[in-house]
Design a protein around this ligand. Structure first.
Ligand code: FES
Length: 134
């Protein structure tokens, strides 16, 4: 397929004259209504959960992990050693820095003590790109 070539050798085409105009007019009238998320039960964006990692939701006291792309797991964020809230998720492990326990992101099992028991699993529901934990 060949396309007709444009004029060659001209080189002086004027840019559209749409720059420099006043831009003071606000767009959209304020409505005062706060934006709300449509999800019920506290929707969480799936995009917020890193693949091979996880995110701790401190207020709700759970952690959501995504060990494999598209596979989401959720666990209670209370360390089973002495009850600290787990601290972070790094390198495939959920870490409690109180005494160094580590849990596997795939199933909440103990990867390193002193914790003796796994993080209790919670139910994750995936709806589109939104996650709900119960
Ligand atoms: S409370 Fe988590 S390691 Fe001790």
């Amino acid at each position: 397929m060949s396309t007709p070539s444009p004029t060659v050798g001209g080189g002086t085409t004027a840019p559209p004259a749409n720059t420099g105009g006043p831009t003071g007019a606000p767009t959209g009238a304020p409505t005062g209504a706060p934006t709300t998320t449509a999800a019920t039960g506290g929707g969480i964006k799936a995009d917020d959960i890193p693949v091979g990692g996880g995110t701790i939701f401190k207020d709700q006291n759970f952690v959501i992990t995504q060990p494999t792309a598209g596979i989401f797991m959720a666990f209670d964020a209370t360390c089973q050693h002495m009850g600290c809230q787990v601290t972070n998720v790094r390198a495939g492990k959920i870490n409690c820095l109180c005494h160094g326990s580590q849990y596997n992101i795939a199933d909440g099992s103990v990867a390193r003590g002193p914790s003796q028991g796994p993080l209790p699993a919670k139910k994750v529901t995936v709806f589109g790109d939104t996650l709900t934990v119960a």
